[in-house]
Each structure stands twice: as structure tokens, then as C-alpha cells.
Ligand binder design. Structure first.
Ligand SMILES: [Zn+2]
Length: 43
């Protein structure tokens, strides 16, 4: 589902599931550079 990010994979990211009503989000934090990215799926 990542459209960009180079070598970013699930393998080197921590993942949290976020429930926010009609939106379901996945918050990722890279274990290397600590950058966060949020992917949101509309249900
Ligand atoms: Zn990183």
C-alpha cells in the first residue's frame, strides 16, 4: 500500500492500529530513523 518510501517495509516499522470511526488508520514508526507515517483506509 506504500506508494513511496524506498526501502520502507513492514519488517522495519512498528505498527499500530488506530480506530477512528469510519476511518481505520495504521501508524508506522521506522525503527531506524524514527520517522512516522500514517496510512488511512476508509471503510
Ligand atoms: Zn527510517
Amino acid at each position: 500500500m506504500f506508494s513511496s518510501g524506498g526501502n520502507v517495509t513492514k519488517g522495519n516499522l512498528k505498527q499500530w492500529l488506530v480506530n477512528g470511526g469510519d476511518l481505520q488508520g495504521y501508524l508506522f514508526q521506522c525503527v531506524h530513523c524514527k520517522k512516522h507515517r500514517l496510512h488511512i483506509d476508509a471503510s
